[in-house]
Design a protein around this ligand. Structure first.
Ligand code: TRP
Length: 320
């Protein structure tokens, strides 16, 4: 049986991460980098979010693949090499990537996520199911820059970016990331899932569910930071806020201070007024036309898309 290879390409030093978080906390308005959502607890809470009835993106994307998988795979194959290398961005448990194997028969699967360690378990399991497939786990924070050694991806690869994670970048950063993805495919294709603009109540419920799982996910960021940075956030004094900002076409997640309070950490402190917020994440919502235009701007040719019957979510295939 082949063995998965693991490669950690970049990880910010603890000091750099602490400085980045502290700078965000001191900002006006305050903000925190969303990467701190994903400690072990945060990753489990995120998995729970994807199963909530209010959180439609995961199951809607899956429904589009179920209904149009053959056509999507045909579109992918018309641009990529035979038995392409699949590069899965934000691969996590690798389940969505592995679901492509039967149709695309890749020669290599490159799972990219923030930590190679986090990928090790999923890849080991995947290797048992696919004993001869070449599996590679790459630890890379591609939110700052997406670049892999070209000998790993070869020519005409498929870059796979599901889950509407592109929505967590503002349009300028999304364009920059898509340009880097275009370069990485080396003449191949991009397969990407994108959440679309819809009525405000559906959008806001998806990010503020009745069970409070998304609230727990957002608040967990403070717990993680207390551990990482030594901040003294008291979680009882903060509440989750999710709102759709129509002018920017994005869901915003914030943590709002219940009361006037100080937050202290080694080397800094900040006072928060009652009602003051820390901005923790954005999730941009695109239109089909808007996202097709973005793909073209990034250098992709003839983007095609598939959507669900309600037009809530789009799956795009674009040739490089
Ligand atoms: N990118 C997905 C989205 O924006 C998943 C996601 C990222 C998410 N961060 C989140 C979902 C925070 C809920 C809350 O929908």
């Amino acid at each position: 049986m082949a063995q998965p290879r693991l490669l950690q390409l970049h990880s910010a030093t603890d000091t750099a991460s602490a400085a980045e978080a502290a700078a965000g906390l001191l900002g006006m308005p305050a903000s925190l980098p969303p990467k701190y959502f994903y400690d072990a607890q945060g990753s489990r809470l995120f998995d729970a979010i994807t199963e909530l009835s209010e959180y439609y993106p995961t199951r809607t994307e899956a429904g589009i693949f179920a209904a149009h998988g053959t056509a999507i795979a045909d579109a992918v194959r018309s641009s990529t090499s035979l038995n392409p290398v699949i590069v899965d961005l934000g691969a996590g448990n690798c389940a969505k990537g592995a679901a492509l194997f039967p149709m695309l028969a890749p020669r290599r699967y490159v799972a990219v996520d923030i930590s190679a360690d986090y990928l090790a378990k999923a890849l080991a399991q995947l290797q048992r199911d696919h004993p001869t497939l070449d599996l590679l786990g790459v630890g890379l924070d591609f939110s700052s820059r997406l670049a892999l050694p070209s000998e790993l991806t070869g020519a005409r690869a498929l870059v796979f970016y599901p889950g509407s994670s592109i929505g967590n970048f503002d349009p300028a950063a999304a364009l920059a990331l898509l340009r880097q993805a275009h370069e990485m495919t080396a003449g191949g294709a991009l397969l990407i899932g994108v959440d679309l603009v819809k009525t405000i109540d559906v959008l806001e419920a998806a990010y503020d569910d009745a069970l409070g799982v998304t609230a727990a996910f957002n608040l967990n960021l403070l717990r993680h930071l207390n551990r990482l940075l030594g901040t003294d956030f008291d979680l009882r004094h903060w509440r989750h806020v999710a709102l759709f900002n129509r002018a920017e076409s994005r869901i915003e997640m914030h943590l709002e201070s219940h009361q006037a309070q100080w937050v202290r950490w080694p080397g800094g402190e900040r006072r928060f007024a009652a009602g003051e917020r820390i901005h923790t994440e954005n999730s941009y919502k695109w239109t089909l036309e808007g996202f097709s235009g973005l793909l073209r701007q990034a250098g992709f040719a003839e983007p095609r898309h598939w959507t669900d019957p309600l037009g809530w979510y789009g799956v795009f295939v674009a040739g490089a």
